[in-house]
Each structure stands twice: as C-alpha cells, then as structure tokens.
Design a protein around this ligand. Structure first.
Ligand code: AQP
Length: 321
C-alpha cells in the first residue's frame, strides 16, 4: 500500500492543513510533496513561490514525516511529463465540471490554461507512484475521482498501466473552519485574514488571541451543532482533533464559552509549539534540509520512473509498444 499526498504552496500553512493533512502523513513508505507546480494556476510571484516552497518543505520535515518521503514536486520531472500524457487521454467535458475551474475560471478569457488542466497533473501525481489510497481532508474528492476515471480509461485504451486509487477520508478534522467565519474553510491562501486563520508559524501569543477572539453566538450553551452553532462546533472540532477526543462528548465538559476557548488554545499550542521548535532547529541548518529533500527527490525519481516509462511506451512514444 503506497500513501501519497501533496500540499500546494499557495500560502503559509494553517492549522487546517496540519490537522486535515500533515499530521496524517505517517506512512514510512509514503510520498509527500510540496506541490509547487500547482501553485502556478493563477498569477504568482516567483520569489514568493521559492520562499513558500522552502518553508513548507521544512515544516513537513519538522512535522516528523519519515525521512526520504518528502520532496518538491518540480524536482521530479516525471510529474509534468505524465501530466501531458494524461491531458491527451482526458476530455474537455470532464475537466469543465471540476469545481475550481467552474468557480474561478470558466467564461474568463484571461484564465490560465493550467487552471483547466491541473486535474491531469494531480492525476499524474497520484498515478506515478502506484498509489492505492489517497488521504485527503474531504475537499479533494472530485480530484481523486478524476484520477480514478483517467486510470481506468488509460488501462482500457492502452493496456494495464496504472493502479486505480481509492479515496481515504479523514475521520476527524475533515474541515477546520475559519475562526471569524465558521461556515467557511480555514484556507492558507486567505492572506488578508489575519484573525480567522491560524498559521502554524505564527507566534504562540497571536494564536492564543485568535482562539480567544473566535466568533461564537449569542446564547451561552456549549453544544455540538454545526447548523445552529458553527463557531462553537468548530472550536469543539479543533479541540477534539488536537486531543484525540470526541467533539460531542467534549461539549458536555464545558459550562461556558470562555473555558472552552482557553482549553482549545492550550490544545492548539500543545500541537503547534513542538512543531515550531523543530522548524526553527531545521531552518537553522539549510544544508541538512537540502540533504533530506535530495533524498526524497531521488527516491521519488526512482519510484516514478517505471510507470512513466510504461505510459510513454503504451502511448506509442518509445519506438515500440
Ligand atoms: N480547513 C481545513 N481543514 C482540514 N483539512 C484541510 N486541508 C486544507 N484546508 C483544510 C487539507 O490540507 C491539504 C492541502 O491541500 P492543498 O494545498 O492542495 O489545498 P487546499 O485543500 O485547497 O488547502 P487550502 O489551505 O484551502 O489552500 P488554498 O487556500 O490554496 O485553497 C489537503 O489535503 C486538504 O484537504
């Protein structure tokens, strides 16, 4: 069983990214990458992309991801190469139905073509490694479905080449919400939202203040009820995810919002502070980070080569099929 997942350097990592993705990346044989090619589907600043890529890769290593499992996507050219082959097996119809394109690109002439085709890159990310389970935070189901469809079609048209992946849903912390707008997902690209988004590398006192200022509602009952009490429910979900507890059970322990917020802040910091310490240690030794990323890159290049070669041959690009 091979586990694979990527995080796009479209902003600084959030608590949502950690609880929904990073801390679940534990497979010692997994492939976990900074998806920098995916950060170019909208206008981007190259210098900022360099900085975000480095910060994210270092944070992944600081989170304790197994050595040799972390790499930067663009360091492994097979991703872009297979993406093109998969574009040649995908249909405009199915790509037009992808939510990101529908919401951010359709009907706008200046949309980058990559915003339309990136699901093929994502399918390549998955299929290159023979991945059979893809752990995602619950908002990426459509991409894994497309990868499955593309794999099934490729195998049918060009011969058995790819493993058809399964979606693996997170049991907890499917969607951590914004602390100021708890009906919306906490998102790393939401750069203007300094109050509602908890960044993994923000100072602890800032993070504590953010939790204490989280929006609640007018009555004072602590209850897990997403429709009626989204702010409180979000705090309970965060507390549960940070303490491996049950959000419905935890609600019974809190007579007031204040106590819930204080314990949630403590629990969040208990998760984040060790991560920050390890990040600082690694960031002070860039050579060691380079060496770890090179190890991850080399392993990914070796692991992805056979499937890329098989696809190249199957499609008639290798002199024989
Ligand atoms: N709020 C969240 N709660 C739980 N899980 C989350 N993830 C993201 N936000 C939350 C999970 O983190 C991984 C990051 O995937 P991505 O970088 O490809 O992009 P994303 O899912 O779109 O994440 P963001 O933070 O919301 O980025 P932007 O702002 O660029 O769109 C995924 O596994 C995701 O499920």
């Amino acid at each position: 069983m091979t586990s694979l997942s990527g995080i796009t350097p479209s902003g600084r990592l959030t608590l949502g990214n950690h609880l929904g993705a990073l801390r679940r990346f534990t497979d010692p044989d997994g492939f976990y990458f900074v998806a920098n090619l995916h950060a170019m589907t909208t206008k981007h600043d190259p210098r900022r992309l360099v900085a975000l890529t480095r910060e994210m890769a270092t944070l992944m290593l600081a989170a304790g991801l197994p050595p040799g499992t972390v790499f930067v996507q663009s360091d492994v050219p097979a991703h872009a190469q297979l993406a093109y082959l998969l574009e040649c097996t995908s249909y405009v119809g199915e790509l037009s139905r992808m939510i990101q394109y529908k919401e951010k690109g359709r009907g706008r002439p200046m949309t980058r073509a990559s915003l339309f085709t990136y699901p093929c890159l994502m399918a390549a990310d998955i299929l290159l490694y023979g991945t059979d389970r893809v752990p995602v935070g619950g908002d990426q189901d459509q991409h894994v479905e497309l990868a499955r469809d593309v794999a099934i079609r490729f195998n049918r048209e060009y011969g058995e080449t790819f493993v058809v992946p399964q979606l693996q849903k997170a049991a907890l912390a499917m969607r951590i919400k914004d602390l100021q707008n708890p009906t919306a997902k906490m998102s790393k690209s939401d750069e203007d939202n300094a109050v509602g988004t908890i960044r993994l590398l923000d100072p602890p006192d800032v993070i504590r203040r953010q939790v204490m200022r989280a929006v609640t509602d007018s009555d004072s009952e602590v209850r897990h009820d997403e429709a009626a009490k989204p702010g409180i429910t979000n705090l309970l979900e965060i507390l549960a995810a940070c303490t491996d507890g049950d959000p419905v059970e935890l609600a019974k322990a809190y007579p007031t919002y204040g106590a819930l917020k204080a314990d949630t802040a403590d629990a969040v910091l208990a998760v984040i502070e060790p991560l920050q310490k390890e990040y600082a240690r690694l960031a002070s030794d860039p050579g060691a980070v380079d060496a770890m990323l090179a190890e991850g890159r080399d392993r990914a290049i070796e692991a992805s080569a056979p499937r890329l070669q098989a696809a190249v041959r199957a499609m008639g690009l290798a002199g024989s099929v």
